[in-house]
Write a protein that binds this ligand. Structure first.
Ligand code: NAD
Length: 694
């Protein structure tokens, strides 16, 4: 099958992109369209041409897999194709259905007319990948839609529906009914020759008070896109559309695009984008592996996690039974769910009717008997092996054969839990993050005996919940929290050596982390972190922790919930305020350990904390807990506030260069608590060979 097809409807030629599902503009596609266009031009019987898409969509844009490869720029490249389309001597009509995105929309902007089906989605979402439109989007969209609307659409990667722009030069007309038939009829009515060639390039875009408008846009972009270079370039390019003819504007746009394409931010964002798809593919399990159908779910435990998990399932349209042991605990859980939904409604993010629908999917129960028929159970009871033993023994006796038995445990041994049952193949970890209905990350923990179809079914379900599901092997803390332990250790050592919590937090948020480590501990609760430390101490006896964290726990400074932790909090506020009491405590701990403080740079703070993640990440890879570096990156990007434009800890280390990372670590090994810097063998060997994680 060719990637594009040609047919003739009387005097009208129809070129149909035909590489479903998304008709991406691969080299093969560009070549096919280019050739068929030539054929239509050469045929004297053809009066006008319709360009349309087969399958579900017109075209979703460039083939991302070809970026940074020779195929990506091989002739005809997208610019050559677009030039050929616009200069077609016969009227050229784009007929859009489904989606026209990125390069796909740019292709239509080079056509002389654009028609669309109702509900067709149009977008130039390149900024999501750290790029700007690179094939005329920043030059032609302002001409089609006006400068202000075009800028809003591009800078926010906003998708617009065809109806919303019908009647503008972006969409001439909506075609109800058969799109191609409608487009052919439209093309027949067009005037012949030059009169039928209406080019966006011939329009001169304008906006009143252009200077003030662009200055304002630059200011607000700098604020909302800290660390991202593309938005400012996008504004530059759109501003150029007012000054330059399209061909020149496109050359300028392209120079900005090329620089961004080579930049680390865009590479990182593309890594994150492709990573979302990559983690769904599990080595050794076929993509079309048979899965068990999950039509109903039971959640055990209506606490913090159980409530959020119930909402996540209800949001995805699944009926949920929520079970707890006492009426009070159950009612507390259900009330929290109602309150959470009500807040979403009050903020305008959910309609009341939709909230009612979702709520109606969640049914509370106290009777274990009620959940017998559920296709899946997610256990979120107290984090205590005896409680879990009791629960899993009862589930094993009660649930129908083939039911998926998932545990949300954060720290207990999943294999031990699975061994409680006579069906360890059906037991799996589903480690949600709090709040479970909001956080995108789900660590799917594969036990030694978890069967392939249990795993595939859970991954399948995670997709329905719109989670980024990453498979982890069994170990203390799984991927995310195990690495976090080493990150926090370094952050705490830095306090011993001379930094204060707010300096550490500021250095890391300045670098791009959504939250600093100490503010994060105050959110999680310093009691919870204390218990994790207690467990980890046993696992790593030679590796001490700073005293500061333990002292905070002893002083019941548990964080936001007690009004003080590393920071203090005003009543009713979650804003962390640096606290003299903490500073005193840090100074006391240093004195007790006879450490004379030194001044520590922000770059040392960032390197120490981030490289600690990288080093433990390398061990996790080495041990096969994570199958690929991208799995680790996606855990940190979707669950730990790691900046997307840095691509995750492993990707970031790759950009720095592993030899450089390893050399810094050797330096740290000669400093305070140097014993915490045992370079992971995998990292050391990749660094020596000049190789990367990803
Ligand atoms: P929680 O204390 O808020 O809730 C636990 C609930 O389980 C309580 O309502 C309790 O009444 C109920 N329960 C106890 N025994 C039960 C039984 N036999 N049958 C039914 N219900 C029972 O705890 P949580 O924070 O929601 O944590 C639950 C699980 O999730 C733990 O395994 C925890 O490690 C894990 N987890 C917690 C977080 C978090 O941030 N809190 C994150 C990830 C995973």
């Amino acid at each position: 099958m060719s990637t594009a097809e040609y047919s003739q409807h009387g005097e009208i030629a129809v070129i149909r992109l035909n590489n479903p599902p998304m008709n991406t503009l691969s080299h093969a596609m560009r070549t096919a369209v280019h050739d068929l266009l030539k054929k239509a031009v050469a045929d004297p019987a053809v009066k006008a041409v319709v360009l349309t898409g087969g399958g579900r969509a017109f075209c979703s844009g460039a083939e991302i897999r070809e970026f940074n490869t020779p195929a990506g720029i091989a002739s005809p490249n997208l610019l050559e194709l677009i030039a050929a389309l616009e200069s077609c001597p016969k009227p050229l009509v784009a007929a859009i259905h489904g989606v026209a995105m990125g390069g796909g929309l740019e292709v239509t902007l080079a056509c002389h007319y654009r028609l669309a089906s109702p509900g067709a989605q149009l977008a130039l979402p390149e900024l999501k990948l750290g790029l700007i439109p690179g094939a005329g989007g920043t030059q032609r969209l302002p001409r089609a839609l006006g400068v202000e609307r075009a800028l809003d659409m591009i800078i926010n990667s906003r998708t617009v529906k065809s109806e919303a722009v019908a009647g503008t030069l972006l969409i001439d007309r909506i075609i109800d009914g058969d799109l191609v038939e409608g487009a052919v009829a439209f093309a027949r009515e067009l005037p012949q020759g030059a009169a039928g060639l209406r080019k966006l390039s011939d329009i001169k875009p304008a906006i009143e008070n252009a200077e003030a408008f662009f200055a304002g846009q630059r200011q607000s972009a700098a604020k909302s896109w800290r660390g991202y270079p593309a938005p400012a370039k996008c504004i530059d390019a759109i501003e150029a559309s007012l000054r330059l003819p399209v061909a020149e504007g496109m050359r300028y746009e392209r120079s900005l695009f090329d620089a961004l394409l080579e930049g680390s931010e865009s590479k990182a964002l593309r890594h994150a984008f492709l990573g979302e798809r990559a983690v769904a593919k599990i080595p050794g399990i076929a993509e079309d592996a048979a899965t068990r159908e999950v039509k109903s779910v039971a959640i055990l435990g209506a606490g913090t996690m159980g409530g959020g998990i119930a909402m996540a399932f209800a949001d995805a349209g699944l009926p949920v039974q929520l079970l707890d042991t006492t009426p009070a605990a159950l009612e507390r859980g259900l009330a929290a769910i109602r309150a959470n939904y009500a807040v979403t409604v009050s903020r305008g993010r959910l309609q009341q009717a939709e909230m009612d629908k979702r709520l109606s999917r969640i049914r509370g129960t106290l009777a274990m008997e009620d959940i017998r028929e559920a296709d899946m159970v997610v256990e979120a009871v107290f984090e205590n092996m005896e409680v879990k033993r009791d629960v899993f023994t009862r589930l094993d006796a009660l649930m129908k054969p083939g039911a998926l038995l998932a545990s949300n445990t954060s720290s207990l041994d999943l294999d031990e839990i699975a061994a409680i049952t006579k069906r360890p193949q059906d037991v799996i970890g589903a480690h949600f993050f709090s709040p479970a209905n909001v956080m995108r990350l789900l660590e799917v923990v594969r036990g030694a005996k978890t069967s392939a179809d249990t795993l595939a079914s859970t991954m399948n379900l995670a997709r329905k919940l719109k989670k980024v599901a990453v498979v982890s092997g069994v170990c203390d803390g799984f991927i995310g929290n195990r690495m976090m332990d080493f990150y926090l250790r370094q952050a705490e050592y830095l306090l011993d050596e001379g930094a204060l919590p707010w300096q550490v937090d500021k250095a890391l948020t300045g670098w791009g982390m959504a939250m600093g480590p100490f503010a994060m501990c105050d959110v999680v609760g310093n009691d919870i972190v204390f218990h994790i430390r207690a467990r980890r101490r046993a696992a790593t006896p030679g590796l001490p922790y700073s005293r500061v964290a333990d002292r905070l726990f002893e002083l019941k400074r548990l964080g936001q919930k007690t009004g003080s932790g590393y920071y203090r909090y005003e009543k009713g506020s979650r804003a962390p305020i640096p606290d003299e009491e903490t500073e005193k405590l840090v100074v006391e701990c240093r004195a007790a350990a006879s450490i004379s403080p030194r001044s520590i740079s922000d770059s040392e703070i960032v390197e120490r904390c981030i490289y600690a993640l990288v080093n433990e990440g390398a061990r996790i890879l080495e041990e096969g807990i994570a199958a690929r570096a991208v799995d680790i990156d996606m855990v940190y990007l979707s669950g730990y506030g790691f900046p997307a434009y840095r691509g995750g800890p492993m990707f970031y280390a790759d950009t720095v260069g592993l030899a450089k990372v390893a050399a810094s670590m050797e330096g740290f090994a000669r400093g305070y608590r140097g014993e915490s810097w045992q370079t992971a063998p995998l990292l050391a060997s990749l660094a020596k060979q000049g190789r990367n994680f990803n």
